[in-house]
Design a protein around this ligand. Structure first.
Ligand SMILES: CNc1ncnc2c1ncn2[C@@H]1O[C@H](COP(=O)(O)O)[C@@H](O)[C@H]1O
Ligand SMILES: [Zn+2]
Length: 353
């Protein structure tokens, strides 16, 4: 049918990206540029999972370790952040929430604070340099890495709070909870996340990304996060899924990421989001997770997700617009975004329908 949302349509569609980890999002070009400057690290070739390839979750996390050996100074953080924002803007992303774990790197003297400053500098610089073209609104969600200590999580939240205040709540709008889902007990990180809540920061929480985390998921849900990352194994657990359904907590859906880390079947129509959306009209937001590592783009993820549901162009447009309801930015930003979608509709789609 001519009306189906194919890849070309999804590439032109205005989109919202709410689930992107900075270091997992580096393009091939950005990585090559960085590697040409220093001694070649051969293991870099293993930081991309190509089409049709899959890895275990542990192998996937080894790739982040390699990337973290390349992104080691505030200058590099500024550069890669600007590159990643540019990539998303060129893919017609109009609003981006970028998440990233602030890190201390002894060799360069980078601290969690200077890391976060670097991300914010990049966002501001991108904005200044691209005032009239490629309009994209960017926000930063500092990440808590569950493979690190709870004490580090507290430090990250404290800094998030401080930067949220110093940027008038306009740039740091929430906190992300992520990291290797097999590491530690996620429930131990509830106190720092509660602290973030008290500081008026939103919460996006990875949970149930791997099987066998029912108890942990139950506890994390008591936080009533604003959005759930993946939630892959929630639909199989009645006690847990009912909370999510009842509270209508949106799920961030990253199909290629899940397939390539072997947590869902390769058949897109069997991905858990089809159950949430088709059976329960539950809010699901399409995201990339790590577009560099998983060799994908937000357009590609939309065409996969729309294809799995057999959505028309109009339905896909409505789905991408729906994501505006779940951004962590203020109502003025939401209104502006809705206007962008309405303008796009008038000039590109109205005549088709
Ligand atoms: C595949 N699914 C996933 N599940 C959980 N956490 C993930 C992830 N993908 C990425 N991260 C988290 O993001 C970090 C890389 O970006 P930043 O250095 O923070 O910018 C990883 O080290 C991990 O903590
Ligand atoms: Zn993620």
């Amino acid at each position: 049918m001519a009306d189906l949302a194919d890849l070309k349509f999804c590439q032109e569609l205005p989109k919202i990206e709410l689930h992107a980890h900075l270091n997992g999002s580096l393009s091939d070009e950005t990585l090559n540029k960085l590697l040409r400057r220093g001694p070649t690290n051969n293991s870099y070739a293993s930081t991309i999972i190509g089409k049709g390839e899959r890895r275990t979750m542990q192998e996937g996390f080894e790739m982040f370790r390699i990337l973290h050996e390349i992104v080691v100074s505030p200058e590099i953080v500024v550069e890669v952040t600007k590159d990643v924002i540019t990539d998303f803007a060129l893919d017609q992303v109009k609003y981006l929430e970028l998440r990233s774990t602030p890190r201390n790197v002894l060799s360069s003297g980078m601290t969690k604070r200077s890391y976060m400053e670097a991300v914010l500098t990049a966002i501001q610089r991108y904005r200044e340099e691209n005032e009239d073209r490629c309009r994209i609104d960017v926000r930063y969600l500092p990440s808590i890495d569950r493979s690190k200590s709870v004490e580090e999580a507290h430090e990250t939240v404290k800094l998030a709070e401080e930067f949220s205040l110093s940027t008038n709540g306009n740039l740091v709008v929430g906190v992300d909870f992520s990291g290797n889902p097999h590491a530690n007990d996620g429930a131990d990180y509830i106190p720092p996340m509660m602290q973030a809540r008290r500081a008026n920061l939103h919460l996006a929480v990875h949970m149930a990304e791997v099987e066998g985390k029912k108890e942990e998921t139950k506890k994390l849900l008591e936080l009533l996060p604003d959005r759930i990352g993946h939630g892959t194994f929630i639909s199989n657990e009645p006690g847990v899924r009912d909370v999510v359904l009842k509270k209508r907590i949106p799920l961030e859906v990253c199909v290629t990421s899940n397939i390539k880390t072997c947590t869902v079947p390769e058949d897109h129509t069997k991905h858990h989001f089809t159950w949430w959306r088709q059976e329960h009209q539950h809010p699901c937001i399409v995201g990339t997770d790590d577009k560099g590592i998983f060799a994908t783009s937000l357009s590609n993820e939309y065409s996969i997700a729309a294809g799995a549901l057999g959505l028309s162009r109009r339905e896909t447009f409505n789905w991408s617009k729906e994501a505006i309801d779940h951004v962590f930015a203020d109502i003025d930003t939401k209104s502006r975004l809705r206007q962008t979608w309405d303008d796009y509709w008038k000039s590109n789609l109205e005549v088709d329908t």
